[in-house]
Design a protein around this ligand. Structure first.
Ligand code: SIN
Length: 304
């Protein structure tokens, strides 16, 4: 019998648990020649703000061992173009659309989210974890108080499900997860990138013009897995795991740790087919182990 890969995140049904992570898949346009975007469980679109942004000066991407550093700075078209052009296009292709929304102030977040209320966006991913902007972003996400304030402001203006994307650049991610759960978040996604740096030894300049940037890719996977496990054990809302997932076995580890679904980001940059290989690998693992439903895996790690 074919394994059942369906999962529900924040009340939204996904045909499989593999979502393209924000910032690594754009709006799917670059990949449609390779495969239709609706074969993915969902698409988390590039971080979008109330007004368009040019992002940070270049260079803003650097390779590292097992990952990349980015300091993109939320380059995006603004929420109105996102709502008018990209959402209908993705919905017409049968995708579950996740809007990743960032802002500099509480008002920015609330206004951007409220402009999506009349659209077919399935889920709002509240980005309070971008490390590359001077105002807002991770400034809200690094304290339980700040994270709670944004969640409350956005909860007040939308009935759409809200998934809050957490930063790992904190001492106690569990207290932040609990604070946003208490303000009405329906789900959590974690982790965003880890703050990092590279220096060119010849010029003695940081490789990134922003000096520092966010580290993603296989190198961060064990950190992400640990945080997902800690958070999933502390909250009742759904958890989506991301951070360096590059194989089906990574995705299964994330689900064993408590993630209902996973996001694949940096792996897509080196292999656009990575999400498809991961979906196939999960299905094969279920077939071999006679697992009919993903609920038999989710949160089923047996800690020592
Ligand atoms: C960026 O655009 O700087 C990355 C987005 C993020 O880390 O949330």
């Amino acid at each position: 019998m074919k394994p059942n890969l369906f999962v529900k995140v924040a009340g939204v049904t996904l045909t499989n648990p593999v979502i393209a992570a924000s910032g690594c898949y754009g709006f799917g346009d670059d990949y449609t020649d390779l495969y239709p975007p609706n074969v993915l469980g969902g698409v988390s679109c590039k971080g979008t703000t109330l007004e368009p942004r040019d992002g940070n000066p270049t260079p803003r991407i650097a390779e590292t061992h097992g990952g990349i550093l980015n300091s993109v700075g939320l380059q995006n078209y603004g929420v109105d173009k996102f709502a008018a052009d990209f959402v209908p296009k993705l919905k017409a292709q049968g995708c579950v659309v996740i809007a990743n929304i960032a802002g500099s102030t509480l008002e920015d977040y609330a206004e951007a989210v409220s402009r999506l209320d009349g659209t077919d966006v399935d889920l709002i991913e509240l980005n309070i974890s971008c490390p590359n902007v001077k105002q807002g972003g991770a400034a809200f996400g690094v304290t339980a108080e700040g994270a709670a304030l944004v969640t409350k402001a956005v909860r007040a203006v939308t009935k759409k499900p809200i998934m809050v994307k957490l930063t790992p650049n904190v001492t106690d991610i569990v207290s932040i997860a609990k604070a946003v759960e208490a303000e009405g978040a329906d789900a959590l996604s974690l982790i965003n990138t880890l703050l990092g740096m590279r220096i060119d030894i010849n010029t003695r300049r940081p490789v990134l013009k922003n000096n520092v940037g966010g580290l993603s890719g296989a190198a961060v996977f064990p950190v992400a897995l640990r945080m997902v496990w800690q958070v999933a054990n502390a909250v009742d809302i759904d958890v989506v795991g991301l951070g360096g997932i590059s194989s089906a076995s990574d995705a299964i580890e994330m689900m064993l740790a408590g993630a209902k679904a996973v996001q694949v980001g940096t792996a897509i940059i080196s292999d656009p087919f990575a999400p498809l290989k991961i979906i196939g690998g999960i299905s094969e693992y279920m077939r071999v182990n006679k697992i009919k439903n993903l609920t038999e895996i989710i949160g089923k790690v047996k800690p020592w």
